[in-house]
Design a protein around this ligand. Structure first.
Ligand SMILES: [Fe+2]
Ligand SMILES: [Fe+2]
Length: 198
């Protein structure tokens, strides 16, 4: 009980500090940060399948990677800055999960750079596979442990408030190019990446 009150207060406090153009906080389950995160995970999981596939050609994986990298960074940034921040203000268990999440995001971000810096096709294929496995594991843990724990720790009102903050923060970042026709979207990817590292 005490925990819920604290969480709601923390979420409210954060929202109060944010710009006010997106202020209406309806207690609508669709705006629950958990639902928003689950929705964001779906396209990432599809792309992970391609990146891990033994059958896919390198060209197919390259196309998937150029969608995956900016999409991942675009998701990770508000997830860290909203959900993980609140988790780290909560119970010990959630705090540890929040720090784990930070660490895995940092590793994924570093691995994206390493994939891009690969010196040959075999190295690229190996690195992209390890990246995909890391993110797959990360998403699985989020969905099986972290999000259920978040649901227990924060009431719906607090989660919807966090959902507002999540969407608002995401709007501040440029939508990454998701089209596979724009393979040279590295400029936008880089922007998202730079934001992530700030
Ligand atoms: Fe994450
Ligand atoms: Fe996530």
């Amino acid at each position: 009980m005490k925990k819920k009150a604290t969480a709601a207060k923390a979420a409210t406090k954060k929202s109060a500090a944010a710009p006010k153009n997106n202020k209406k906080s309806k207690t609508n389950a669709a705006g629950d940060i958990i639902e928003l995160i689950l929705k964001d995970h779906k396209p990432l999981k599809k792309l992970i399948k391609v990146l891990k596939s033994e059958k896919a050609e390198k060209s197919e994986k390259e196309t998937a990677f150029e969608e995956f990298a900016p999409l991942l960074l675009w998701h990770a940034q508000p997830e860290e800055k909203v959900l993980y921040v609140h988790m780290k203000e909560d119970s010990e268990d959630l705090r540890v999960e929040g720090y784990e999440g930070d660490m895995e995001h940092a590793l994924a971000s570093q691995m994206i750079d390493e994939v891009r810096a690969s010196e040959n096709d075999d190295q690229w294929m190996a690195r992209v596979k390890v990246l995909a496995e890391l993110v797959e594991h990360h998403i699985k843990e989020e969905e099986e442990d972290m999000l259920p724990d978040t649901r227990k720790a924060f009431d719906l009102e607090a989660r919807v408030q966090m959902g507002d903050d999540y969407l608002q923060l995401r709007e501040e970042f440029e939508m990454p190019e998701l089209s596979s026709t724009n393979r040279s979207s590295s400029k936008k990817s880089k922007n998202a990446h730079e934001l992530h590292l700030n």
